[in-house]
Every structure is written in C-alpha cells, then in structure tokens.
Design a protein around this ligand. Structure first.
Ligand SMILES: Nc1ncnc2c1ncn2[C@@H]1O[C@H](COP(=O)(O)OP(=O)(O)OP(=O)(O)O)[C@@H](O)[C@H]1O
Length: 225
C-alpha cells in the first residue's frame, strides 16, 4: 500500500510547484500513471521510493514514511528507470545483477551463481559476461528490470520502462511486469499498457486531473491533448 498524504513537491528558492499536495491511497496491484510531458509523473513516481522527498505532507509505503525511513523504503521499492544506462553500473551483465543480490548473498561465489540463475530466468543467460555497453537498448532494459527484480522488492515502480523498446521487447517487458506478484506502479505514454491497469491516474500540470478506471481516464486524457 502506498499513501500520499497531502504530499506536495516544490523546487528552488521560489518554491515553484512541481506537484500540488496530493492525497491518494494506492492499493491496486496495477496502477498506471499517464499525462503530458513535464506534467509531474516522474516526480510522483520518485516520491514513492524517496528519490524525491515531499516538500509538504508525507508519503508512506507499507506504513513507512519515505523521509524518515528512506533507506528501508528503497529496499522495498524497486525502481526501474526509463534509461537503463542510469542504473546499470557494473562492467558486465552478471555483475550488475549480482550487485542487487549483495544483501541476500554475502559470499561472492554464491552471489555470482544466484545472478546467473536470475539471468537464466529472464532469458538473458547468454549475455552474462557481455559488457553492458555492448547490449542493445532492449537487452539493457530487460537486464535493468532483472537486476531490480532480483532484489525481490515488495513494490515495483517503473518510469516509462518501454519507451526505448520495439514492439516485441515492449511486449516482453509488459508481460514480465504483469506477471509479477508485487504491486506495480507504471508511468507510461503507452495507452495500450495504461488500459491494462486496474487504476489509472492522469497527471496534468502538477495535479491529478483524473483517477479511476482506465477507459474513463484515457478518454479525459484524449480530451486534454
Ligand atoms: N528539481 C527540479 N527543479 C526544477 N524543476 C523541476 C525539478 N524536477 C522536476 N522539475 C520540473 O517539473 C516538471 C515535472 O517534471 P517530471 O519529470 O515529473 O515530469 P514528467 O511528467 O515525468 O515528464 P516526461 O513525460 O517528460 O518525462 C517539469 O517541468 C520539470 O522540468
């Protein structure tokens, strides 16, 4: 469960409003977030794992305040970025997944074995020793997702995870995300994916313009465009 309790975000000395105070509780397994460029979607997503702290109000994840318990929240919330390059930091694919496993497996050899197993599960076994820089965009995105999921977070937040992908990889990533047991918050410009969510939030100019069933929220989005 994710609670926004009058959570607002401002930036700079002038306190420019990025996100107006928002009160909403997300309990659905698949929550989508749509809206125009620059409307505040990423900011909303980043509030969930404390990457962005609320300037006013509070955000709680499974009862944990993101400002007070930031590091615990980040262990529980796996965040998938649009650009996998910003989260793949190790020289090879297997090392990147192993990095996510450092809390669960203290011994290096064990971590390596577990990372290979994760790569296998995601159909990426043959990429284990490849330099991350030589992977295609789709391979990198799948690897980033595998690395996040390897840590077994309780909640997954994905910020436009299919934007860089072709149709086949978009389907692959979407199927993976929909196959998860965890609660998923998905920021997307892909209305097909948005339509598959149980609940959809439409962000417009830093506030929630619509919140509800995908068909109605998407219709409102189309009216605004
Ligand atoms: N730290 C900051 N300082 C100043 N402005 C910011 C800051 N963070 C975000 N913004 C601005 O707030 C607005 C919302 O940004 P955000 O990244 O949340 O939008 P978005 O809906 O995810 O956009 P996109 O679809 O283009 O990724 C943008 O105008 C952005 O430039």
């Amino acid at each position: 469960m994710i609670e926004f309790d009058a959570a607002g975000v401002t930036a700079g000395e002038e306190a420019t409003v990025i996100l107006e105070p928002l009160t909403v509780t997300l309990t659905e397994a698949r929550v989508g977030v749509i809206g125009a460029n620059g409307s505040g979607k990423s900011t909303l997503a980043r509030l969930i794992n404390g990457l962005v702290e609320p300037s006013t109000g509070a955000v709680r994840v499974r009862g944990l305040d993101t400002r007070q318990r930031g590091s615990v929240v980040r262990q529980q919330v796996g965040f998938v970025f649009t650009d996998p390059a910003s989260q793949l930091v190790m020289p090879t694919a297997v090392e990147d997944v192993a990095l996510s496993l450092r809390r669960r497996h203290k011994r290096r050899a064990e971590r390596h074995r577990a990372a290979l197993e994760v790569l296998g599960r995601f159909g990426l076994a043959e990429l284990a020793d490849r330099s991350v820089h030589t992977l295609s965009g789709g391979q990198r995105q799948l690897l980033a997702l595998a690395a996040v999921l390897a840590a077994e977070p309780s909640i997954v937040v994905a910020d436009e995870p299919t934007t860089l992908l072709d149709l086949r990889n978009t389907r692959r990533v979407a199927d993976l995300l929909w196959g998860l047991e965890q609660q998923l918050v998905l920021v997307t410009h892909d209305l097909e994916l948005a339509a598959r969510c149980e609940r959809l939030l439409l962000v417009e100019n830093g506030r929630i313009e619509a919140d509800g069933r995908p068909a109605e929220v998407i219709a409102r989005y189309r009216e605004l465009a």
